[in-house]
Ligand binder design. Sequence first.
Ligand SMILES: *Cc1c(COP(=O)(O)O)cnc(C)c1O
Length: 380
Amino acid sequence: MGQTGTVTSPESQTPARVGRVRPAVDALPAYKPGKAAEQAEREHNIAEAIKLASNENPYPPPTAVVEAVAAACRDGNLYCDHRATAVREALADRLDLAVEQVTVGAGSVALLYQLATAYMDPGDEAVTPWISFEAYPISVQTMGGTLVKVPLTAGHAFDLDSVAAAVTERTKLVFLATPNNPTGTAVSTAAVARLAESIPGDVVVLVDEAYREFADPALGDPVVDLLAHFDNVAVARTFSKAYGLASLRLGYVMAHPEIVSAIDKCLIPFNVNGLAQAAALAALGDDGAAAEAQANIDAIKVERGRVAGALAADGWDIPDSQANFVWMHLGARTDDVCIALEQRGVVVRPFSGVGIRVTIGTPAQNDRFLTTLAEVAHPA
Ligand SMILES: *Cc1c(COP(=O)(O)O)cnc(C)c1O
């Protein structure tokens, strides 16, 4: 162990200090992933818990993707293409963009962090409607920046006029998750265009479409509707949710080439690994992956309608979800309801004191959630 002289005893309550960690990092909250079913089983001494806490696709990846990843394992001894060039080209082709307008990351979360790294200096600000994705504050605060949180409307929707009003000369980024995590509410490309028109052109607006595939197409396509008109609008998407590739880590951003190259400068070497690249190429290829993914998306949307309908019939007031989850605004009851569900083997995602987010799973999982909820809680 070497020298241990600086390690303090537990009684002294003074934390050990090894190295001089940046204050911004020291103050960071840890990202809280959804609790694993196995962990809930251990904590509550129960069996057969289900996890509806991480917005995962309940179905395995498309067959062509599984086969491509298995085959790519054989090249595991070799470094992959750092820039994932073939994936960029396939995406650019699919989206009808120039390859310079597309970048790929180890999940779209990695791209958010790269964006914050590229644009935020200490003292800079980013603006987002709130409550929203919990990776936004962490990515911004890591850089010593501040995330300005603009409250949602009473209907849990975005108030984009207030977002525009919160933009100052210190603002570098605006994060807009649409559909929003955790509320499931979404904004149209027309509304995002009005926002983009009303703020300075040197503020980058990230439209985070992690749940795009579950949303109403009538909301518009920001890649088609916005990129050509606003150089400062970037769009993030991911294979994690709709394609069921969460564990493989693959996201992408479409933006002006200058934004893409700034994001690329902050790419950790080989972060988009070879298995993820093989998965992406198969997902975008001609071997039926898109059709398989679409069938799963359709099934999830049908179940979302059924779960939302059942909750409404029981008297719960839940916002219209455009994503693969539903949001229950429970306020002060949140933590109690969450624990009660968990003790009965249904793991959902609490936002302490605000509400719970429940991922749409298989029909059997959703039935289990609905029955268990009816046992533990009733509308106020
Ligand atoms: C799940 C999610 C992401 C992306 O996840 P990755 O797995 O990193 O691609 C991004 N934004 C939001 C709002 C999400 O909920």
